[in-house]
Ligand binder design. Sequence first.
Ligand code: SF4
Length: 436
Amino acid sequence: MSDYSLYLKSLHNKTILGINPPVFDFAYFDFWAKPLGLLYILETLREQKNSVYLIDCIYEGRETPKTFGRYKPLRRKVEKPACYSHIPRKYYHFGMEEEDFLERLKKTPTPDVILLTSGMTYWYPGIQWCLDRVKRIFPHTPVLLGGFYAQLCPEHARTIGANGVQTAPLCLESPYPALDLYNQPEYGVIMTSWGCPLHCQYCASKLLWPCFRQREVEEIIHEISFQERIPTVRDMAFYDDALLINKEFHFYPLCGRLRKSFSHLRFHTPNGLHVREIDEKCARVLFDTGFKTIRLSLESTDPIIQKASSEKVSEHQYVKAVTHLLRAGYSQEDIETYILIGLPGQRFESVKNAIEFVHSLGAVAKTAEYSPIPGTMMFEASAQKHPQLTTEPLLQNNTAYCGYISKEISPEELQILKNMAHHIHNPLETGGKNIV
Ligand code: SF4
């Protein structure tokens, strides 16, 4: 067990403040994003008789909710860091503004410990922004930094002014995340499993959860029940990386319970589903259980890129999966397929072919720009060409890296591909196959 876990286990009768920082980036969208790890820790600490508080700078700095409880975060244009000066894109602070943040800190009882979480490695300016203000209001309170950035870039994270950094996965277990610390949350979040049995060369799943583990159905139901009791919760996002693996023994029994107990909730899978697992029965179960948002991981139709993607899906398997989903009752717009852009060695034509392939089946392509993640195999390849990636996490930003650093694809080509993906084709109009 890490020192960080031991330290948290030693906390009793303390006041603890958890903070989810604002995001500094070129773009940010809410794909049902909540700081799940921090919420589990806060619940564990509450069960150890501590008083826990939460400031979520993204949730509390938002505009009105949009589809299925998602919302648009407030944004303000800010000056770009020097390493982005050549990038002709606006850079924003997303989430709560300074005045509101300071006000919230002042209204919180002086904490004994502050737990600051982190997301993408290149969002660390949001952490620095929080640290500066937190240290002003609570100069004597230790701040511990956890989350993905802390685990993936521990050396860098140790330099930004926190008193401690969580560099390894935590061993704390709590029965549910402390979602009730939010004021009227619109959606809950759940992970029915940790990690993924596959090993794609660009993915951090194995680094964050070295062992793939599926949870007991009863444990999951208990956790959803807790969140569903909050009257404003109508949607539930599944954060799993591998929801459908071992589906006969995990997903199907779970869906049986979901249908029985939570037929009023809508379910969403913002992380891509494993396409080859979607047969006729699986598509029907997804639809009948109330899964509204389906995201599929195709990534590419290029054999070289597919190899780097654990060969997790063939074109044939993808065609079958989309056919089954449409037949089960989903519309084109319900099914979005992730296509990666900007992987090392990937060319414009390769991405264009993948988008056209998806459109030809009447599905919607959703482009995702590649971000080199430290510790992954593909990061090593990227860092050989661009050594500065290893010392400056800002350069790992998907917008910066894909369009302006790697130059695998030019900014103009990138825009063409994004425009292509946004345009939903009607297969009948375009002469493509209408497969249903
Ligand atoms: S299948 Fe998805 S979650 Fe699993 S290793 Fe590949 S990219 Fe990561």
